[in-house]
Design a protein around this ligand. Structure first.
Ligand code: C5P
Ligand code: C5P
Ligand code: ZN
Length: 493
C-alpha cells in the first residue's frame, strides 16, 4: 500500500486512541454531529454503532450544515459533553468549531473528507486532504469514519458495508464500470471479507431487485438514459419492442429475474439509445458495471442493493426524517424500516414534481457563458435544491457543459442556499466549484461556503445574493479561462 494510505491509517489509529480514552471512564457524554445526506447519515451510524458496542453513552445530531448559529445551539450544555465527534463536516468550519468549543475542556474529533479551511489547533482531525488523498473519489465521510471504527475494534469491520453505502451516496463509484478506487477499494475488500457485501457485474439500474423492469428503467438517473429516464410510457414500449415479458404469472419481473439473453438485448438497446442521443461512449457503457449487494439484508427489500439503500438515506435526510436514517444504519429493521419505505415514496413524488416545476418555470433559468443559474426561491426546499438541479441537468434541462447553481430560500431566516454542481469533465479540466464558492465567500461578510470540486454549496444573507453570485461567476470564468490557456499550451507543445 502506498505510503500516503499508510500514514492516513496510522492517524486513524491515533484518533481511535483519543476516542477510546475519552469513553473509557464513561464520565460524560459523546455528541456525534453529522451532515444530513447519505454519506453523513452512514458516517453517524458507523460511529454511533461503534460507541454503542463500546458501551459509551452518546447523542446524535444530524444537521444541514455546520453554520455558526447551528454550532452555537449544539454547544449549549457542552459542560456535560466530554467528546464531540463531527462526521462528514467540520473540516470546512474549523474556525467556527474552535470558536464555540474549548479544546482544552472538551475533546473534539473531526472525521471528514471536505477540504480543510482554517487551523486545526487542538482538534483531532482525520481528513484525506491532509495526506494528499483525494476526498472526492478515494474516500467519503463514512469511509473516514469507518477506518476509525475499525481501529477502535475489529468487530466493527462489518460496518464497512455502511461505508460503501455512504461512498455511493457521494457518487464515488466512479472507477471503471462503477468500481471504487483508493481507500474505498480497501473498504469494499473488508466488506466482502466480512461477508456483508457481494460485488458483481450487472445492469446498474435503480431498484434492480425490487422494482418492475420498466420502473427500474424509469427511475435510473445515474447514468441518465435519454428518452427513457423519467418516461414511463417509453420504458413499456421499449420492453414490448424487445419482446421482454413484463410479468411472470401475476408478478412483475425485476432486472434480477431477466435471462442472460434478455439482459444482453436490453443492454445493447440502452447503449444504442444513449449513443443516438449524443451520450459519450464511456457514459453509455456505464449502464453495465459493479453492483453492490448487502447480503445480510432482506431479499426484495429497499436496503439490499447499496444504491437503493443510499437513495433511501438521502430521502430520509432531505425530507426531515434523518432520525429514521440513523436508526436504519444502527440496525432497526422494524419501525424505522417501515417509516423509510414511506419517506422514500414521498421523496420520489417530490423530486418528480420538482423536475416538472423546473420545466414549467424555464424563465427562471439564467444563462451565462460558463454558468447556468436556476432560481428556485419559494419553489424548492433548500435541503433538496442540490438534488433537484443535479437531476434537471441529467434530464438535459440544464447544461452539462457549464457549472449549474441552484438557489433556494432558507425560509424565515433571511438567507439563501446556493447548491453548485459540476461534472467530471469540468473537474478534469481543473474547474472547482468548491473553490469558486469558498473563495467568493472570503470577500463577503456573513457568507458560509464549502464543498468539493464536483459539488458544493453556500449560505448567503439575502441582501448579499447579487454581490456573491457575481463574484462566484467571476471566479468560475477565471477558472475556465485558465483551463483554456493550459489546454492551448498543451496543444501547442
Ligand atoms: O457533504 P458531502 O460530501 O457528503 O456531500 C456531497 C454531496 O454532493 C452529496 O449530497 C452528493 O449526492 C452530491 N454529489 C452530486 N454529484 C456528484 C457528486 C456528489 O450531486 N457527482
Ligand atoms: O447542500 P448541497 O448538497 O448542495 O452540498 C454540496 C456539498 O457542499 C456538500 O459536500 C456539502 O457538505 C458542501 N457544503 C458546504 N458548506 C455549505 C453548503 C454545502 O461545505 N455552506
Ligand atoms: Zn460526504
Amino acid at each position: 500500500m502506498e505510503k500516503k494510505y499508510d500514514d492516513f491509517l496510522k492517524k486513524a489509529e491515533d484518533i481511535a486512541d483519543v476516542i477510546k480514552d475519552a469513553i473509557k471512564n464513561n464520565n460524560g457524554q459523546t455528541k456525534i454531529v453529522s451532515h444530513l445526506d447519505t454519506d453523513g447519515i452512514t458516517a453517524a451510524g458507523i460511529i454511533a454503532t461503534t460507541l454503542y458496542r463500546a458501551g459509551a453513552s452518546f447523542q446524535v445530531s444530524i444537521i444541514r450544515q455546520l453554520e455558526e448559529d447551528i454550532m452555537a445551539t449544539l454547544s449549549k450544555g457542552k459542560e456535560n459533553v466530554n467528546l464531540f465527534i463531527f462526521t462528514d463536516l467540520g473540516s470546512g468550519q474549523l474556525d467556527i468549531v474552535r470558536k464555540y468549543l474549548d479544546t482544552k475542556k472538551t475533546k473534539v474529533v473531526i472525521l471528514d473528507h471536505h477540504p480543510p479551511i482554517g487551523a486545526e489547533d487542538g482538534v483531532f482531525q482525520l481528513n484525506p486532504h491532509l495526506f494528499e488523498i483525494n476526498g472526492s473519489y478515494d474516500v467519503s465521510g463514512a469511509g473516514v469514519s469507518y477506518f476509525v471504527a475499525r481501529a477502535i475494534h475489529e468487530e466493527n469491520k462489518d460496518l464497512s458495508a455502511l461505508a460503501v453505502v455512504g461512498s455511493i451516496g457521494d457518487r464515488q463509484d466512479k472507477g471503471e464500470q462503477g468500481s471504487f478506487i483508493g481507500l474505498n477499494k480497501n473498504i469494499v475488500d473488508d466488506a466482502v471479507n466480512a461477508q456483508v457485501l457481494e460485488v458483481k457485474k450487472d445492469l446498474r439500474l435503480f431498484g434492480r431487485m425490487t422494482r418492475p423492469v420498466h420502473t427500474a428503467l424509469e427511475y435510473t438517473t445515474d447514468p441518465f438514459i435519454p428518452s427513457i429516464t423519467g418516461n414511463r410510457d417509453a420504458c413499456f414500449k421499449l420492453l414490448v419492442e424487445l419482446q421482454i415479458p413484463l410479468k411472470k404469472g401475476d408478478e412483475w419481473r425485476s432486472i434480477a429475474d431477466l435471462t442472460t439473453e434478455e439482459r444482453t438485448k436490453l443492454v445493447s438497446a440502452l447503449i444504442t439509445r444513449s449513443l443516438q442521443h449524443g451520450v459519450s461512449s464511456d457514459e453509455a457503457q456505464s449502464i453495465v458495471g459493479n453492483v453492490y449487494t448487502l447480503v445480510k439484508e432482506k431479499e426484495g427489500g429497499i436496503l439490499r442493493d447499496a444504491r437503493e439503500f443510499a437513495s433511501c438515506l438521502n430521502a430520509c435526510g432531505r425530507m426531515g426524517s434523518a432520525g429514521v436514517g440513523v436508526a436504519l444504519c444502527m440496525g432497526d429493521r422494524k419501525r424505522a424500516y417501515k417509516d423509510a419505505e414511506d419517506v422514500l415514496s414521498k421523496y420520489r413524488t417530490r423530486l418528480s414534481d420538482h423536475i416538472s416545476l423546473i420545466s414549467d418555470n424555464i424563465e427562471r433559468i439564467v444563462d451565462f457563458e460558463n454558468v447556468q443559474i436556476f432560481d428556485g426561491k419559494r419553489l424548492v426546499d433548500d435541503r433538496i435544491i442540490g438534488t433537484v438541479v443535479g437531476l434537471a441537468r441529467s434530464s438535459n434541462m440544464l447544461s452539462s457543459e457549464k457549472i449549474v447553481l441552484g438557489i433556494a430560500l432558507q425560509e424565515g431566516e433571511g438567507f439563501i442556499k446556493v447548491s453548485g454542481r459540476s461534472t467530471e469533465k469540468l473537474v478534469s479540466k481543473g474547474i472547482s466549484i468548491g473553490k469558486a464558492l469558498s473563495d467568493a465567500a472570503q470577500g463577503i461578510e456573513g457568507v458560509e461556503a464549502g464543498g468539493h470540486d464536483i459539488a458544493a454549496g453556500a449560505r448567503v444573507p439575502l441582501e448579499k445574493e447579487q454581490e456573491y453570485i457575481k463574484l462566484v461567476r467571476k471566479n468560475i470564468d477565471k477558472q475556465f479561462a485558465k483551463s483554456e490557456s493550459v489546454k492551448n499550451v498543451q496543444d501547442d507543445g
